[in-house]
Design a protein around this ligand. Structure first.
Ligand SMILES: [Zn+2]
Length: 479
């Protein structure tokens, strides 16, 4: 385990996921991004005196779905609480969150770490609203955009059961995948729709007591999470080994300088003077509502990955790649079912489709060659109409023009020349035009076979099958 000799690393995560609701958590303002600053606001999300919040049902539904997918207990009664603090981006001077009665408790998330299954238990999931956004340095001023104020967040808190920076990153990748499968958060770390705070401490091996933990914020990529943790773990170990003590602090990760900047000493829960939110009643969730949400949960990533291995006989690697995003998995399944060739289909999707998406930055929804088109091409290659290498050109043409595989093959004239008569004529022509090479071949220079195959391939415009060609050549050259 990371942390070096003599220490066990103990990491806990707090993840804020912006929920993809149409409106905000406690008012009807649109929860939209990229709008003119301070246009998506109302007295409730601006915290004006006397404005009363009401709970967004859609946000609760999404959090319940997440809780069910992660195996949490959905609490039949939960309560909102005020978390008091002053900051310019929080106009009410408190955040409406949940404290001692969260919506979901328990649960866990499973991921694989170098072939070993790791199960990290969760503490809780609760709902709260987001703060506004501070824009610093505009003409020497700091400006505030309140559009984000009140956007619903689900906060997912793990138990301190993660034992290396790599595991932290793997956990987060799996969680992001779950959020995207459930279509409740787009999981964009760079843009802040999924935000991660980590806490880390070192415990001496064999010691039961946890060490003092520190917190890192501002980790806006999986890489940053790993790098920030590596730096902090090393710092703590050096401190402990030189006989020092760890002070409870919160740091910010500076991705450019690759270092931690101490922000403040960490607040404790009692600093926030939590108390029950008097403007909202208890959140009561009946069995019917829970069953309604359960019915909306799609097949989850790990289940789908395992089914792909079982049903299509795919290697673990392929199954993992193909189920990373649910729409890619849908695309693959449709293709495989149409062709009846699961492994060949997997190769085409992983190699050609994903490479194309990566290079264009597009998504599969707008991909010009749908599953039926790709299946058509795979059928042509399988049937020997197109050679494997010409297949790649046909695919490129299909994406370019949006035409079917058969049309692209005809337009480009890429049908395989498998008519032996036609090939024999080409072979004869080539041999006649190269008498010197033929003579040298007969005197023992057998490497010239490659040259002849190349000449025939060139003559055929790349449409011949090299295996058939060398067979004909051997026969004609008297072997
Ligand atoms: Zn509002």
């Amino acid at each position: 385990m990371a942390g070096g000799a003599g220490y066990v690393t103990v990491i806990g995560l707090e993840v804020h996921a912006q929920l993809l609701t149409r409106t905000k958590m406690f008012c009807r303002c649109p929860a939209a991004f990229g709008e003119e600053p301070n246009t998506m606001v109302c007295p409730v999300c601006l915290g004006l005196p006397g404005a009363l919040p009401s709970v967004n049902r859609e946000a609760v539904s999404m959090a319940v779905r997440l809780g069910l997918a992660l195996g949490c207990v959905i609490e039949r009664e939960s309560a909102f609480a005020r978390k008091n603090y002053f900051y310019p981006d929080a106009p009410r001077n408190y955040q409406i969150s949940m404290y001692d009665r969260p919506l979901c408790t328990g649960g866990s998330l499973v991921f694989e770490d170098e072939g070993t299954e790791v199960n990290v238990r969760l503490e809780r999931i609760h709902l709260e609203d987001d703060a506004g956004k501070l824009l610093h340095g505009r003409g020497g001023h700091s400006l505030i955009d309140f559009n984000r104020c009140g956007v619903p967040l689900a906060e997912i808190v793990t138990r301190p059961e993660i034992h290396s920076p790599r595991q932290a990153s793997l956990f987060l990748r799996r969680l992001r995948q779950m959020l995207r499968y459930l279509e409740i958060c787009d999981g964009n770390l760079e843009e802040g729709s999924m935000r991660v705070d980590v806490n880390v401490s070192l415990r001496r091996t064999g010691d039961d007591a946890l060490g003092t933990r520190t917190e890192i914020k501002n980790l806006n990529s999986f890489k940053a999470v790993e790098a920030g943790l590596e730096v902090e773990i090393k710092r703590q170990r050096d401190e402990l080994e030189s006989g020092g003590t760890i002070v409870q602090v919160t740091s910010l990760w500076d991705a450019r300088e690759k270092k931690l900047v101490t922000m403040r000493s960490k607040e404790r829960a009692h600093d926030y003077r939590y108390f029950p939110e008097p403007d909202l009643p208890l959140l009561i969730i009946g069995e019917g509502w829970i069953e309604e949400e359960r019915a909306k949960i799609p097949e989850l990533p790990l289940d789908r990955e395992r089914r792909f291995r079982r049903e299509y006989g795919l290697p673990a690697y392929d199954a993992g790649v193909l189920t990373a995003e649910s729409d890619i998995a849908d695309y693959y399944e449709e293709t495989a079912n149409l062709t009846g060739e699961p492994k060949t289909s997997a190769n085409w999707v992983m190699r050609d489709v994903l490479r194309e998406l990566k290079s264009t930055g597009g998504d599969i929804g707008g991909f010009p060659a749908g599953p039926a088109a790709l299946a058509g091409l795979i059928d042509l290659v399988k049937g020997g109409v197109v050679s494997n290498s010409a297949g790649a050109d046909v695919f490129a043409a299909m994406i370019e023009s949006g035409e079917s595989a058969a049309d692209a093959v005809k337009r480009l004239g890429l049908e395989c020349i498998s008519e032996v008569n036609e090939l024999e004529e080409i072979v004869d022509r080539v041999l006649e035009s190269k008498p010197d090479e033929v003579e040298r071949y007969h005197r023992g220079k057998k490497q010239l076979m490659k040259f002849f195959v190349g000449q025939v391939m060139k003559e055929s415009g790349g449409k011949a099958d090299p295996l058939i060609v060398s067979g004909i050549l051997r026969r004609k050259l008297g072997e």
